[in-house]
Design a binder for this molecule. Sequence first.
Ligand code: PLP
Length: 390
Amino acid sequence: MVQFDNARQLVQELQPEVPVVCQRPHLAERAARRFLEGFPGDVLYAVKANPAPWLIETLYGAGIRHFDAASLTEVRLVREHAPGATIGFMHPVKMERAIAEAYFVHGVRIFSLDTEAELEKILTATQGAADLTLCVRLQVSSDLAKISLSSKFGADESADASLLQAVRGKAERLGVCFHVGSQAMSPAAFAGAMDRAARAVRRAGVIVDVLDVGGGFPATYPGMEPPDLEAYFAEIAAKFEDFPKAGNARLWCEPGRALSADAESVIVMVMGRKDDALFINDGAYGSLYDAAHLGWRYPAQNLAREGAETPFRLYGPTCDDADQMFGPFYLPEATQVGDYIEFGTLGAYGRSMVTGFNGYGRFQEAGLADDPFPSLFKGAPEMAAEEINR
Ligand SMILES: Cc1ncc(COP(=O)(O)O)c(C=O)c1O
C-alpha cells in the first residue's frame, strides 16, 4: 500500500487518472476504541458498510471481536480476515445453503429472523442445532433516522409475541434485534425502539438472553451534526437496565456507518466545468451513490487551489441522467478542469456501492496519515491499546 502524509502530497506524486480511495487506519482505530470504551456491551461491526479487508483487519486488531454479516460472502470475508471473530448472520431472509455453510464451515451460531418460516429454514439447514442464538428482528420506527429501514424487515406487533415464543422453544439463546434506521440523529431513536421491544417481550412472556440494538449510530456530515455518541450510549445503557431479560443477558450493537465513515475518503478529478456544474470521474454508480440517490453531502476540499468558495453541483462520469449530485458542494470559485477534489467521510457506504456501469468503477488505493475532516470522534479521550484487547 502506497502511503502519503496527506491528499495534496498524493496527487502531486501520483497524478491519478482514476478515483483514489484513501485509507486512514488511525481513524478506524479511533472509532473502534470509542465504541469499545463507551458502548455498554458487545460491538458487532456491520460489514456491509465497508467490506474492505484492510478495514476488517484494522477493526479486529483494534479489539472488535464481533462482526455482523448480511450474506455468505461477508461471512467468508470475515472468517478470512478476522479468523477468531464471532460472526452473526443478521439478514432475516437467507438461502438455506448459505445458513448451512455458515453454520457447518464457518462456525456461525448467531442468526436473525422475522418469520416462523425462517425459523424452520434455519433449523433444517443446521440439522436441528441446539446451540443457536436466534435473534427475532422487530419492526421499529425509522422516524428519527435519515435512512429508513422500517419497511422491509421486522415482525410487527401482530406477529412478534408468537414468533418470540416459537423461537424461545428452539434457541439456546433468544435474542431480540431491530434497526432504528441509518444515521439516527437522536438517542431517542434507540430509547423508543427499546421500549417497543420491551413491550413485545412482556407480551410474549419470554426470557431474553440478548438485546441487539442494531446499527444506526451516526457520523458527522455537512448539515448533519448529531449529538455525541456518549449520549447514545448513556440512553441505551439506561434503557437496558430496565429491560425484561435474563440475569446474564448481553447487550449488542451493530454499527456500520459510525465505525467506518471517517476511515476513508475518495479523491476525484474534475473532467469538465459548465458554470456551477463540475463533471468528475466518480458519481452515482460509484462511491458517491448516496450523494446522488439520497442527496447526501460530504465534506470536500480542492487539493489544487484555495480561495473564496461557491456552491457547485456535480455530475458523475456515466451517460445517465441519474448520475448527478446536487449537494451543494462548496469549493473554490476558481475550480477548473484537472483539479483534484477530496471527499471526506466516505468510508461508510462509499466503496461498497461502486459498480462497473459505463466502464467506470476502477479505483486506486493509498494510505493517508492526516485527519482533515470534521468527525464525531475528534477530541475524544483515547484508551491505551492494552486496555482494549479483550
Ligand atoms: C441488520 C443491520 N445491522 C447493521 C446495519 C448497519 O447500520 P448503520 O450503518 O446505520 O450503523 C444495517 C444496515 O443496513 C443492518 O441492516
